[in-house]
Design a protein around this ligand. Structure first.
Ligand SMILES: Nc1ncnc2c1ncn2[C@@H]1O[C@H](COP(=O)(O)OP(=O)(O)O)[C@@H](O)[C@H]1O
Ligand SMILES: Nc1ccn([C@@H]2O[C@H](COP(=O)(O)OP(=O)(O)O)[C@@H](O)[C@H]2O)c(=O)n1
Length: 225
């Protein structure tokens, strides 16, 4: 059967990874959470105290970063590995969330991540979510979805998720982080978050996970046919 590339882009916490994972499972495709790669790079920079505004230092540090996704048989998902260490939980930390958009705005970081993402899509049969997947990484993808949801709904969803892991987190903290990242991601010079012209908009503010999947699957099957 014909294999395609499916891209999902959009603001923070609107359900992109959830939908991308669901789609990949249904279609037996590879799912790549591109945000995890930017988060892992950020974790490395923070740990090594890299002055990332210094381009030479950032490029040198990137030379020591090795990223890969490995299947986790317990969760059934793929975990992010940074230099052979499973960092899946660590990269969801608030400290990483506070710095990831600044790191992701750097030209050297984008070139580093995008080249690897394009390589992963060579054989097609892939669902990738992020901010610039339909615009920069795979501009010729067969199906592009721009996921969106009401800002208050997005804050509530992310808060619920983070609160389950850390009851000290406040809704204000989550809201501020989402607003800050959305602003930086949309206004940066290289590969800002944009809806690709040929992307379909999916507003899931009032959709269940099952409803969003069935809509997206319908679009995917129309393209695969
Ligand atoms: N349709 C939905 N209804 C309710 N919660 C959802 C829905 N889709 C995703 N979520 C939840 O919202 C949160 C953010 O989803 P996620 O997929 O991580 O978003 P993104 O990848 O866009 O940042 C997660 O806790 C996820 O389980
Ligand atoms: N393709 C991508 C994916 C993520 N990112 C950056 O990485 C951050 C974290 O991405 P993420 O997908 O994990 O974000 P959320 O799931 O928290 O919304 C984003 O806020 C962007 O700054 C990016 O620049 N380009």
């Amino acid at each position: 059967m014909k294999k395609i590339i499916i891209t999902l882009d959009g603001f923070s916490s609107c359900g992109k990874s959830t939908l991308a994972r669901q789609l990949a499972n249904e279609l037996n495709y590879v799912f790549i959470d591109s945000g995890a790669m930017y988060r892992a790079i950020t974790l490395y920079f923070l740990r090594q105290h890299i002055d990332w505004q210094n381009e030479t230092e950032a490029v040198k540090a990137l030379g020591k970063v090795s990223l890969d996704f490995r299947y986790n048989p317990i969760t059934g998902n793929s975990d992010m590995y940074l230099n052979d260490e499973n960092v899946e939980a660590l990269i969801r930390d608030m400290l990483v969330s506070e710095n990831v958009s600044a790191v992701s705005a750097l030209k050297a970081v984008r070139e580093f991540a995008v080249a690897q993402q394009q390589q992963m899509g060579k054989k097609k049969g892939i669902v990738m979510d992020g901010r610039d997947i339909g615009t920069t990484v795979f501009p010729h993808a067969e199906l592009k979805i721009f996921v969106t949801a009401d800002p208050a709904v997005r804050v509530e969803r992310r808060f619920k998720e983070l609160f389950a892991k850390n009851p000290n987190i406040t809704i204000e903290e989550v809201k501020n982080n989402l607003e800050m990242r959305d602003y930086i991601d949309s206004n940066r010079e290289f590969s800002p978050l944009r809806k690709a012209e040929d992307a379909i908009v999916l507003d899931n503010s009032n959709l269940t996970r099952e409803e969003q999947l069935s809509l997206a699957l319908k679009w995917a099957r129309e393209k695969i046919r």
